[in-house]
Design a protein around this ligand. Structure first.
Ligand SMILES: [Zn+2]
Ligand SMILES: [Zn+2]
Length: 375
């Protein structure tokens, strides 16, 4: 498959570059220096994960690879961080930020987005064993249901459809057009989908949730997913949420349905933010203060809506922060199985160090919808 070939070559090159750059930077302590120049040392270190799986999946057809980490790799990354940083809960971090004093240098918080059942099964026992405080941002309408996250469903259907688009004359966009799905590219840009993940990112970037659901419906009529795949992606139960909370895990909101807020109407944004908070507060009997923007996307209107819905802290998935709302745009470093691997596929402490200091953020362009921001 052309798309996959491109992705492989591209990712191998990136990995080689990352290994070389990390060794050079870490060997000279330049990673810390670069972090100072870039200002990332002023930000708290908040790590973000998604799914935690027993074995990292070998094929990209069964899940979105960059949303997975194996329990073994999660332990390696957390051990590395734990030897150099003090883990803090989001409430402790929030109190430190609210105090207005400079943050202590080496503190880190750990978070998990989307509320997958596998986080309860695999990450939670590890966090308990190691005494690491962490937070889980859940999607309230999905808890306790067999419903998949929209991004998972769309990706899985696109990945399966990709097997069919090989023969389509214009690749993915041609394939989607043959299903009656057409997208208008931004003026002056071509709509090119090199692989299912790129297609997913493009669709998430432009479509409101209702339009994504009709793309899913169209694809569903052509492609089927196995029970095993549906089962693997399920959300956790309310019992799991309550058990984790009782064990000290912070529960935050990730919206009612994971709608990407800047693509939605003000009414929908309000319903996502307020509705999910009310549901969680009813279930857990406490105030919910933390909100993670679905897909890390926000704008000034959605930040205000999130604040008005009663949240005190908001979390993104990149290094950018809106200087007018610093507590509502807390940057995070998202990590997964391959974030800290060298070109030979082994865990690299140098790359891990660069990730923690944000050294690669200089080269990686942020494609998220959030404006205006102060870097
Ligand atoms: Zn999410
Ligand atoms: Zn950004």
């Amino acid at each position: 498959m052309l798309g996959e070939q491109y992705w492989m070559n591209h990712s191998m090159l990136r990995s080689l570059f990352k290994t070389g750059a990390a060794l050079a930077l870490h060997g000279t302590n330049s990673d810390r220096l670069l972090a100072r120049i870039g200002g990332s040392h002023r930000f708290p270190v908040v790590i973000g994960y998604h799914r935690t799986v027993e074995e990292f999946p070998s094929d990209a057809l069964s899940t979105i690879p960059s949303m997975c980490i194996s329990t073994r790799m999660l332990e390696r990354q957390l051990d590395w961080i734990g030897r150099r940083y003090r883990f803090v809960s989001l409430d402790e971090l929030g109190a430190l930020m609210e105090s207005g004093n400079p943050l202590p240098e080496r503190i880190a918080a750990v978070t998990f987005d989307d509320g997958y059942e596998d986080v309860y099964e695999h990450a939670f026992p590890l966090l308990k064993k190691k005494g690491i405080p962490a937070a889980v941002f859940v999607v309230t309408d999905l808890i306790g249901t067999a419903q998949l996250q929209i991004h998972d469903l769309l990706y899985l259907l696109l990945a399966r459809a990709a097997l069919k688009w090989e023969s389509a004359p214009q690749g993915m966009s041609g394939f989607l057009a043959s299903l009656g799905i057409s997208l208008t590219p931004a003026p002056g840009t071509a709509m090119i989908f090199p692989d299912p993940h790129a297609a997913l990112e493009t669709l998430i970037g432009v479509l409101p949730q209702s339009a994504m659901l009709s793309v899913i419906e169209t694809l569903h009529a052509k492609v089927t997913l196995s029970q095993r795949i549906l089962q693997e992606h399920r959300a956790m139960s309310w019992e799991a949420v309550q058990e984790m909370r009782a064990a000290g895990i912070t529960i935050g909101s990730h919206g009612r349905t994971h709608a990407v807020l800047p693509n939605e109407s003000p009414e929908k944004v309000e319903e996502e933010a307020r509705g999910s908070r009310e549901t969680l507060e009813r279930c857990l009997g406490e105030k919910i203060r933390h909100f993670a923007y679905p897909c890390g996307q926000y704008d000034a209107a959605t930040i205000r809506a999130v604040a008005q819905a009663g949240y005190r802290f908001g979390y993104t998935i990149c290094k950018h922060r809106d200087s007018r709302f610093p507590l509502l745009t807390i940057p995070r470093k998202m990590l997964w199985e391959k974030s800290c691997l060298n070109a030979l596929g082994s865990f690299s402490p140098s790359i891990m160090s660069c990730q923690m200091h944000g050294s690669f953020d200089f080269v990686a362009r942020c494609k998220l919808k959030h404006a205006p921001v102060a870097a």
